[in-house]
Unconditional design. Structure first.
Length: 285
């Protein structure tokens, strides 16, 4: 089969499931992964013969896409902060809004000309936050924790893949009473999607990404923030900073809660979509 025929069949098969632009994106990603062809080469090499081994890979990918499995899980990796990260069913797929959280921490650290300081990432998942910080803040000592052993295995692989050193811990933040040491910066992108918000979400997220890393109860949606904030008051160094990614619908409630927990200095930022998304708390003492 020629490449142009493969592309036609691929597009026809998915046309009732995805919009055309998304299908073209999928085909480009798979062509780069399986054929080492950039997007422009797909057109230039339309008559290229595709062998049966590669065809089988495309068939498998098609079957998974028809079930709305994320393309990142199918190819096994994704890009975040210009780095490559392995991802799988045990890890959330890193989002572009989380890159803005990493940006903020790096900007603050560079502007303050910090050196020999420590960072903790709570609920690290794939390790994207911790590893991106370690890659870009070479004088920092970066640690990360997660309750999931399988997620930590992936995070450790990603640290090696990106040639950085991050110390990983397996801990359930809702059950621990202590942290390993004092930190200059603590950051977390904890579960924050309420069960009632599931109706707004697409099936590729609901059916495939780890629910425990996404959802919180409707009755206590700020549980992780409150727990991390209390621990951080004890384990942040004087003038230390606590950064959160947050639920856009709960910014006011969260800020009120954090003030009650003892953080008078809070800064909220919107993401590139104009949604309340990232937040900084400064510890005064």
């Amino acid at each position: 089969m020629k490449l142009k025929e493969l592309k036609h069949n691929f597009t026809e098969t998915l046309s009732e499931v995805y919009p055309s632009e998304e299908i073209q994106s999928f085909f480009s990603i798979l062509s780069e992964k399986y054929l080492n062809l950039a997007r422009v080469q797909i057109t230039l090499e339309a008559d290229k013969e595709i062998d049966s081994t590669i065809l089988k890979k495309f068939e498998t990918a098609l079957a998974r896409l028809k079930k709305q499995e994320p393309i990142q899980y199918i190819v096994g990796d994704t890009e975040f902060y210009s780095l490559t990260f392995n991802v799988n069913k045990n890890t959330l797929i890193p989002r572009p809004e989380t890159e803005e959280l990493v940006d903020w921490i790096i900007e603050d650290s560079v502007s303050e000309k910090r050196s020999n300081y420590s960072i903790l990432d709570i609920g690290t998942g794939s390790g994207c936050i911790a590893i991106s910080l370690a890659k870009n803040l070479t004088s920092a000592t970066v640690s990360a924790l997660d309750y999931s052993f399988e997620a930590l295995k992936t995070a450790e692989e990603n640290a090696k893949l990106n040639n950085v050193t991050v110390q990983f811990f397996q801990k359930d933040i809702l059950k621990v009473g202590t942290l390993p040491q004092q930190y200059d910066v603590i950051v977390s992108n904890p579960p924050y999607v309420r069960e009632l918000e599931k109706l707004e979400m697409q099936s590729n997220v609901l059916d495939h990404e780890p629910a425990s890393a996404l959802f919180v109860s409707n009755s206590d949606p700020l549980l992780f923030y409150r727990t991390i904030a209390r621990l951080s008051l004890r384990y942040l160094k004087p003038n230390g900073k606590l950064y959160f990614e947050i639920n856009e619908y709960l910014s006011k409630e969260l800020i009120d809660s954090l003030k009650q927990e003892g953080y008078p200095n809070i800064e909220l930022r919107k993401d590139f979509r104009g949604k309340d998304r990232i937040l900084l708390c400064r510890k005064s003492k």
